[in-house]
Ligand binder design. Structure first.
Ligand code: NAD
Length: 247
């Protein structure tokens, strides 16, 4: 479904991002995954190469809070592969701090990674996509961008902003043949969720209409659809992949 396409996936070393990288490689794309540290990037690359030595996958670890470094890393992808078709802005951190317990700078740290870093990656990517006649951008939102959450207000605030960026960029960039969408996962079995005790998982699962937590692959499938030509007329959409838990 993605033969010949070149993709960048931020936060691609583990969890949902890693599942997206794998799904894109399985479908013929060349992928550059961005992580936060050399060690975790190398580990992810080794594990992907182990699965299939023919996959064209590389890694980088620009500081996503530094616009210049992000720009350089995106430009390096274009230099190496000649184009950039798909930008997945997936890196993110969550938060559960009560509003009166926030320490100085903590709110800004969540917004910096979850929102500002998307803007920093979008700018150089759009330049390349405009030159080549099109492309697509997919952002990782969350079900809390619809429902909010009691605590950790920086996190839902950041994901509401992701939806705003998505819809507005879709309207601005449509005439340049650049589609912009988001995926809003519900509770997904990444390392963090897998480590929770049964006593916490069971009531959470009971509140999900589909009666199971999502797997990273459930979410990656939505990213595959949105990146592919199957979604050629889909833009400005926030696609929930949450078993209807948002309701
Ligand atoms: P994870 O913690 O397993 O992975 C996060 C990724 O982001 C990692 O690859 C990490 O390297 C990267 N990252 C974190 N801080 C970074 C930084 N400062 N600089 C660069 N990269 C950094 O998380 P996940 O659950 O796979 O989450 C991925 C995305 O999905 C996030 O945007 C998250 O908000 C969203 N999400 C997750 C869930 C869930 O239940 N897991 C639900 C809704 C939305």
């Amino acid at each position: 479904m993605l033969k010949g396409k070149v993709a960048v996936v931020t936060g691609g070393t583990r969890g949902i991002g890693y599942a997206i990288v794998k799904k894109y490689l399985e479908n013929g794309a060349k992928v550059v995954l961005f992580g936060s540290r050399k060690e975790t990037v190398d580990k992810a690359l080794a594990s992907l190469k182990d699965e299939n030595g023919d996959w064209e996958v590389e890694g980088a670890y620009p500081d996503l809070s530094d616009a210049k470094k992000v720009e350089k890393a995106i430009e390096a992808v274009k230099e190496k592969f000649g184009r950039l078709d798909i930008l997945v802005n997936n890196a993110g951190i969550s938060d559960s701090t009560k509003v009166d317990k926030y320490e100085s700078g903590q709110f800004e740290k969540v917004l910096n990674l979850n929102v500002n870093s998307i803007f920093y990656a979008v700018q150089p990517a759009v330049k390349i996509m405009k030159e080549q006649g099109g492309g697509c951008i997919i952002n990782t939102s969350s079900m809390v961008s619809i429902s909010g959450q009691p605590g950790g207000v920086a996190y839902p605030a950041s994901k509401f902003a992701v939806n705003g960026l998505t819809l507005s960029l879709a309207r601005e960039l449509g005439p340049s043949n650049i589609r912009v969408n988001a995926v809003a996962p519900g509770i997904t079995r990444t390392d963090m969720v897998a480590a929770l005790p049964k006593e916490m998982i069971e009531p959470m699962t009971a509140a999900i209409p589909l009666r199971r937590v999502g797997e990273p692959e459930d979410v990656a499938n939505a990213f595959l659809f949105l990146a592919s030509d199957m979604a050629s007329y889909v833009t400005g959409e926030v696609l929930s992949v949450d078993g209807a838990m948002r309701a």
